[in-house]
Design a protein around this ligand. Structure first.
Ligand SMILES: NC(=O)C1=CN([C@@H]2O[C@H](COP(=O)(O)OP(=O)(O)OC[C@H]3O[C@@H](n4cnc5c(N)ncnc54)[C@H](OP(=O)(O)O)[C@@H]3O)[C@@H](O)[C@H]2O)C=CC1
Ligand SMILES: O=C1O[C@H](COP(=O)(O)O)[C@@H](O)[C@H](O)[C@H]1O
Length: 488
């Protein structure tokens, strides 16, 4: 029997995202040998490019090893490039002709990856629909954020997409859903008997979900300024982590059941007020090195006097039986002291203390990056003659426990999921609408200039006011825990 033909079409193949992320990802999946036989990769953009030129642009990011040269040659031999505009039907007819030629009368499956600026999104999707849909196999459209800027623009975009494609054909990427520890959350929570009974308001004092980056906007401030840190990271990535941490157990592991539970969590959260957040903007550190000297407003691409936050901490409350009274604290920022993304579940104090305040709170930390790990802070008797409690940990460090296991990049997993037709780790349109409902009123108030971000120095933990805010919400930082990594 003739094999199906599968075509991965990179719309915007000449761009930055394509060369830095998409082609390297496709190469990694290709070399792992898990793609359907006879998959081809077709770049499409306005520039007059050839496959060798595409290769030249993306090879520095592909980082193939010396002994992978032959494989890399075969990867690029499976590539094609079609030049065409983003607005003319004839150009898309030509793309369709090229696809039909590759398909050679076989059943043709098509994945369209939209690595494009929002300005051409409408016309490209319309033209894919009218000129380029496969009539013999399936069609899938992979869409990158931004999914709008607020409830209204996002609803408009969703309406546009749903007028062209079915929800089953649309794959909205939130790349955090492709990370190992994020995908692990469901297994951790629902494949262990020990967590479910304590995963509630009776035992948990608060949950802190953190994203930190040690660099600023690096000359991309103009782009960032349109969005700010809340849209960039909090409304999508951190909210997804929160949903997976807070959701009820789905009846099955079916993607729709999982996404239904995530939507239920979001529905139980009221829209945020200004009093639910502390915002910051980084200032340069005159004593810092390189980029650290520059504040956000020193970036020439940032509008003068911009009040766009580069740091935000927000408290979200889930109004349901499991979580009432437990603050979910989302915090994120650029130009901070380290790179880190983690979920920190802080448990309540032990009732009826017999250790004179020496027993510190338990925490379960799921470190998404860097160095995937999961550790629980536990008290033990100080070894030896002493009977004092000592802060220590039960530690699952991935690189120690799973020494030779390759952890694929988030994009690799997600793109492979699209080939396989699994929407488990993609954002559904109702999820998106709920996320915007929670954040839109706050974002509008920030844009109306109702609040000025607090300045914090490049390379610090953010504004001290944020720590005070979190403390008032009940997060306890003892400052006494010591990690001894020497056994690694
Ligand atoms: N398997 C592994 O690799 C393990 C590694 N470790 C490492 O040990 C180190 C310490 O562990 P960690 O769990 O962070 O414990 P800490 O007790 O040091 O920090 C706990 C939390 O307190 C916050 N915090 C830090 N300083 C302050 C402050 N001045 N005021 C208020 N809050 C503050 C941090 O927030 P923020 O993030 O905002 O700074 C962090 O969320 C980390 O680097 C961790 O990665 C620990 C256990 C296992
Ligand atoms: O979506 C985004 O994420 C990146 C951080 O991704 P990570 O996988 O490196 O943690 C962030 O730098 C960027 O501003 C944001 O748009």
């Amino acid at each position: 029997m003739e094999e199906n033909s599968t075509n991965f079409i990179v719309m915007g193949a000449s761009g930055d995202l394509a060369k830095k992320k998409i082609y390297p990802t496709l190469w990694n999946i290709y070399k792992s040998g898990v793609l359907p036989p006879d998959t081809r990769f077709i770049g499409y953009a306005r520039s007059a490019l050839t496959v060798p030129q595409l290769r030249e642009k993306s090879e520095p990011y592909i980082k193939a090893k010396d002994d992978e040269k032959a494989k890399l040659d075969s990867f690029f031999a499976a590539n094609d490039y079609v030049k065409g505009s983003y607005t003319e039907a004839e150009a898309f007819t030509a793309l369709n002709d090229a696809l039909l030629k590759i398909e050679k009368g076989r059943k043709g499956n098509r994945l369209f990856y939209l690595a494009l600026p929002p300005s051409v999104f409408d016309s490209v999707t319309k033209l894919i629909k009218t000129q380029c849909m496969s009539k013999t196999g399936w069609n899938r459209i992979i869409v990158e954020k931004p999914f709008g800027k607020d409830s209204e623009s996002s609803a408009k975009l969703s309406k546009h997409l749903s007028s062209l494609f079915t929800e089953e054909e649309i794959y909205r990427i939130d790349h955090y859903l492709g990370k190992e520890m994020v995908q692990n959350l469901l297994v951790l929570r629902f494949a262990n008997a020990i967590f479910q009974p304590i995963w509630n308001r009776d035992n948990i004092a608060n949950v802190v979900i953190t994203f930190k980056e040690p660099f600023g906007t690096k000359g991309r401030g103009g782009y960032f300024d349109e969005f700010g840190i809340i849209r960039d990271v909090m409304q999508n990535h951190l909210l997804q982590l929160m949903c997976l941490t807070a959701m009820e157990k789905p009846p099955t592991s079916d993607p729709e059941d999982i996404r239904n539970e995530k939507v239920k969590v979001l529905k139980a959260i009221r829209p945020l007020e200004l009093s639910d957040v502390v915002l910051g903007q980084y200032a340069g550190d005159p004593e810092g090195e390189g980029e650290a000297k520059e504040g956000y407003l020193d970036d020439e691409t940032v509008p003068k006097g911009s009040r766009t936050p580069t740091y935000a901490v927000a408290v979200l409350r889930i109004n349901n039986e499991r979580w009432e009274g437990v603050p979910f604290i989302l915090k994120c920022g650029k130009a901070l002291n380290e790179r880190k993304a983690e979920i920190r579940v802080q448990f309540k104090d032990v009732p009826g203390d017999i250790f004179h305040g020496k027993a510190k709170r338990n925490e379960l930390v799921i470190r998404v990056q860097p160095n995937e790990a999961m550790y629980t802070k536990v008290m033990t008797k100080k070894p030896g003659m002493s009977f004092d409690p000592l802060e220590t940990e039960l530690d699952l460090t991935y690189k120690l426990r799973f020494k030779d296991v390759y952890l694929p990049d988030a994009y690799e997993r997600l793109i492979l999921d699209v080939f396989g037709g699994s929407q488990m780790h993609f954002v559904r349109s109702d999820e998106l609408a709920e996320a915007w409902r929670i954040f839109t009123p706050l974002l509008h108030k920030i844009e109306e200039g109702k609040v000025s971000p607090i300045q914090y120095k490049f390379g610090t933990r953010g504004p001290p006011e944020a720590d005070k805010f979190i403390e008032e919400l009940g997060f306890v930082y003892s400052g006494t825990y010591q990690w001894l990594p020497s056994h690694q």
